[in-house]
Ligand binder design. Sequence first.
Ligand SMILES: [Ca+2]
Length: 325
Amino acid sequence: MTQINTNWILAFFGALVALELVKSSQSNEYMKREHSLVRPFQGVGVILPHWDFLGSTMVTSNYIRLTPDLQSKSGALWNYSPVMGRNWEVHVGFKVHGKGNELFGDGFAIWYTKDRMQTGPVFGSKDYFSGLAIILDTYSNHNGPHNHQHPYLSAMVNNGTWSYDHDRDGTHTQLAGCEVRFRNVDYETFISIRYENDVLSVSTDLENRNEWKNCFVVNNVELPTGYYFGLSATTGDLSDNHDIHSFKFFDIDTTITHEEIMRRTNIIPNAKTFEPPREHKDDPKPGMSNAKIFFILLFVVLVTAGVAIFAISYFKDRNARKRFY
Ligand SMILES: [Ca+2]
């Protein structure tokens, strides 16, 4: 009886192991290493195969930190192989965490763009980009009303002529978005970006459930082949650690000809549907810093004291003169 049980258990675990092997070999067939980043990251020195990095980016064996939880940092990671597939899916494992409970920022972006390794004001990368940006915005600049909370996940497609407007948290150029909560959790959080037959689908796994939750699906999004994947993050007055744990690229093309891939390199990125734009309001004048307020108060005190001293001595003088009459 005991023998039978043991055999059963062994057989059961054997089957499980076999199943896992099949699963992993299947996913590895689709995963393209030249566009992926998997642990451990550190080989010899800090060379990352297929990727370049810049700015505050720091590579450890377990994660790649785009920015530390310090003010005014900016970092990026860029794949150096252009993507020559039409249909793909990308899974990014990340962790955003920091000391701030109420105030933190600014967030990070996942790029599929024409230009790579260019720094700028949009989460550490250049504005007026050509391509796709998936933005995970943790700080609400909140100029004028928008009816969502932060962190906020949104997509923007740009043909190089649009500017990402931080004042409005990019809401006038976004295709779609959803509220997300991914900060300061103990486990790794994930985003999936699927681009198949001009349909862009973004979903997340932020609750350690090992299942995807839909964020949005947008039809009629045209992106060319031959662009580059990148990741970038930035901090300003507010900060966070922006850590990347994995980047997995899956080729989901079933049948595509070389001609079609080449033809699609000429596409100008575009999306047929945008969310309705909202009016731009100029930013309110920036608030005075504490140092400024201190110096103004000091100035007022000094002037008041000066006037008082002058007044006292003046009246003293007058009083003194009066005695002569
Ligand atoms: Ca923002």
